[in-house]
Write a new protein. Structure first.
Length: 348
């Protein structure tokens, strides 16, 4: 899924026409303040685009001091605060903007992203829904709403929102990728393949989508295709650990044990605590008859993540070969208790 905030600044034109001489002084001052506020506002945007966040903040502060009801300035100051990591400050500014304009779609969306960052999923969902209610064509609000549903395993709802985003913006590669993931998890394998293929067609540099497509090919036992897709992902994003782990599995299935070990060791050199990679290396060692080494890797994976059921299943298999029947039985029972039902096939 996308990591960028998709929060943007709002630009406002500055008009510098001459004041009519007959206007009362109070009106003249008010108009002058408004023009100065708009200039400070646009200077703030320019500075933001130059990554000068402190200076940008100062300009939005000035705009607000000159025009206390400047809703867009509160919104943009909130964006700057978000970029600076001041989440509470950003939320406060977005609230001011929404209190002044309850139909401000971008403020709903921006606040939703802040809530999402803070882990307040219900508040985020409410704000994304509010953004869509105010502007139904705000495609990235549909997208992030879909992301929330995907993470909550509500796959039908996720697919619906990703589809809405795609219907509004047909070249939205990330929405195709994430809809593919929702469809895969929903059991719609061919539809998922189609979405991943469309994602890489729209964005040939999206390593994530190549990895996801490769994962389906791996599950379908199309190991050569899977291997090539993982290789593309790694070439696009060197050191991509998930793709390296997956290519190691593809190489393992193809009987290329040395290549599999090379891939998985690259992962573990960078991330020694990667329990998934440790489990994969255990599988490689098992296939090359290093049963003690396999059991050791599975044990290390379990130490890092005691709830990782596949490591218990695989360690049980290695222990059985090592004639540790009791240890094997306990491992398989633990795997079943963690929800890995296939481990029950090994129990007496």
């Amino acid at each position: 899924m996308m990591k960028s905030l998709f929060i943007t600044l709002m630009f406002m034109c500055v008009f510098t026409g001459t004041l009519v001489s007959q206007v009362a002084d109070t009106v003249r001052v008010g108009r002058q303040n408004m023009m100065q506020a708009e200039k400070a506002y646009n200077d703030g945007i320019s500075l933001f685009n130059q990554a000068k966040l402190t200076e940008s903040m100062q300009m939005f502060n000035e705009a607000i001091s000159l025009r206390p009801n400047f809703v867009e300035a509160f919104y943009n100051r909130g964006v700057v605060k978000a970029e600076m990591g001041d989440i509470n400050g950003a939320l406060a500014d977005f609230k001011i903007a929404l209190d002044a304009n309850p139909e401000f779609a971008m403020a709903y969306f921006a606040r939703g992203r802040m809530h999402m960052t803070e882990g307040d999923r219900l508040a985020a969902l409410k704000d994304f829904t509010g953004a869509i209610a105010s502007d139904s064509r705000l495609y990235f609000a549909h997208y992030y709403k879909g992301v929330l549903y995907l993470e909550d395993k509500e796959y039908d709802k996720a697919i619906e929102d990703f589809t809405s985003a795609i219907n509004i913006r047909a070249d939205f590669a990330h929405a195709y990728n994430d809809r593919g993931s929702a469809r895969k998890l929903n059991g719609e394998v061919q539809a998922a393949i189609s979405d991943y293929q469309q994602a890489v067609l729209l964005d040939p540099g999206m390593a994530l989508a190549y990895n996801n497509l490769g994962s389906i090919r791996l599950e379908l036992e199309q190991f050569n295709q899977a291997h090539d897709l993982f290789t593309t992902a790694i070439n696009l994003s060197p050191g991509y650990e998930k793709a390296l782990n997956n290519r190691a599995i593809a190489n393992l299935k193809l009987g290329r044990y040395d290549m599999a070990m090379e891939d998985i060791n690259e992962v573990l050199e960078e991330s020694p605590e990667n329990f998934t990679a440790l489990t994969t290396r255990g599988m490689i060692k098992y296939r090359t008859n290093d049963f003690d080494g396999a059991a050791e890797d599975y044990t290390q994976a379990i130490r890092i993540n005691p709830d990782f059921a596949p490591a218990y299943l695989n360690r049980g298999i290695a222990r059985e070969i090592l004639r540790d029947a009791r240890g094997a039985q306990l491992d398989w029972e633990k795997a079943v208790s963690l929800g890995l039902t296939e481990a029950s096939d090994y129990l007496d």
